[in-house]
Ligand binder design. Sequence first.
Ligand code: HEM
Ligand code: NAG
Ligand code: NAG
Ligand code: NAG
Ligand code: NAG
Length: 381
Amino acid sequence: MKFSVTSAVVRALVLTMLILAISHVGQSQDSNWNKRRSESSNGRKDYGNGKPPSHSPSPIPSSPPLSPPVVPPSTPTPTTPSGLQVGFYKGQCPNRLVDIEALLTTKVQEEFRKDSSILPALLRMQFHDCFVHGCDASILINGLSTEKTAGPNLSVRGYEVIDALKVIAEAQCPGVVSCADIIAIATKEVLRLGGGPNYSVQTGRRDGQVSRAQDVNLPSPFLTVTETISAFTDKNFTPEEMVILLGCHTVGVSSCAFFQDRLYQGTSQFDPIMDPNLRQQLMPTCPKGTTSNNSTFLDQNPQSSNIVDNSFFVQILNQRGILPIDQALARDPKTVSFVQKFAQSASLFNSKLASAMVKMQALEVLTGTQGEIRKTCSIFN
Ligand code: HEM
Ligand SMILES: *[C@@H]1O[C@H](CO)[C@@H](O)[C@H](O)[C@H]1NC(C)=O
Ligand SMILES: *[C@@H]1O[C@H](CO)[C@@H](O)[C@H](O)[C@H]1NC(C)=O
Ligand SMILES: *[C@@H]1O[C@H](CO)[C@@H](O)[C@H](O)[C@H]1NC(C)=O
Ligand SMILES: CC(=O)N[C@H]1CO[C@H](CO)[C@@H](O)[C@@H]1O
């Protein structure tokens, strides 16, 4: 069950993170992203014909081409069974008129305009946080053997965005807004900005006081569909909800290590059914027998690799999935009907994604007097 990357790959990737802190945008993690992005663009150049490679750090159009269905707002809402509610922070700041959630949302919009790759970064961070110890910001804690240091964290990015949001929260509303809620608010907003549903995000989470690398037991991309269903059932998700949540792979990238062996005959992972054009395109990006730090888009529709839409499902039906588990969803009888349904209906995917996100963001949350409100998101009080 445990997700393991060879130490060589881990070292290579970590080294890259350091080495690549050179390019355009200021922060190192963004620079790393830009590097990976331009590598991906090279991959894309091989794929498309005559399409110029994009070296723009923000290839997502600022107003997505889709008009996502708007989930009706439910402003003053009662507390849900999880203990969360919409608008928890209304009137909670010393200046009762301060709408802290709105201020945070505005900052998220600014950050997204600067670097739209915070969309996949935060989505993945939210998943990793919620699936380990619930959505309690335990993934943010710095330390020698905290969740952050576990293998699967490797490409989790976006920590600096959360820190910037926390600074705003503490300035306006000291000691009130949890880091767990900041992740949730930010993830909700980037999902909308990327073309996804506009749902009402619930708040009222408290921050956890435990973060241990040994607790990180996220599903590996090499599991079977049956094993993955079982991992999601453990968290109370149906197979359909699992398929929807894996639809978050409609944005973001994967490094070679997770799909390289599908390309080459003679490896145990060799995938003879993969779309031959995709294989041709990926082989130079991830040469056989190397541990390349290159990456490619999880959604191989070049028009929507960073847009939240249902094209990921169309791609996997066309044998153009990247991660082994993503491709497996479109082949396994337990999940293929869901994949077909979402491939056919963008609006169905959008509305079900909204509910699945609300559910994921409420996973094993701490509320009331549980946990704490961290002063600094990366350090326990
Ligand atoms: C069985 C469940 C899942 C597995 C095995 C899995 C695995 C992976 C892997 C291997 C990568 C590539 C990481 C890298 O190259 O370093 C990835 C990326 C990503 N995952 Fe998942 N994932 C799963 C579920 C989810 C869920 C539920 C979400 C969101 C709700 C999600 C969102 C993302 C995003 C957005 C990226 C791209 C990150 C980036 O571009 O920085 N994943 N995932
Ligand atoms: C990562 O790739 C770049 C080129 O894309 C290369 O210069 C760098 O040395 C690589 N890093 C590692 C650790 O392999
Ligand atoms: C998103 O939903 C909120 C209510 O939850 C609403 O106030 C806002 O106008 C909506 N935004 C867009 C762009 O539809
Ligand atoms: C990265 O990918 C590009 C093409 O997409 C390729 O030319 C280059 O050799 C790859 N780098 C490594 C280290 O595999
Ligand atoms: C950002 C971050 O903390 N990354 C850590 C992920 O885990 C590896 C070890 O597997 C650490 O070396 C990284 O620093």
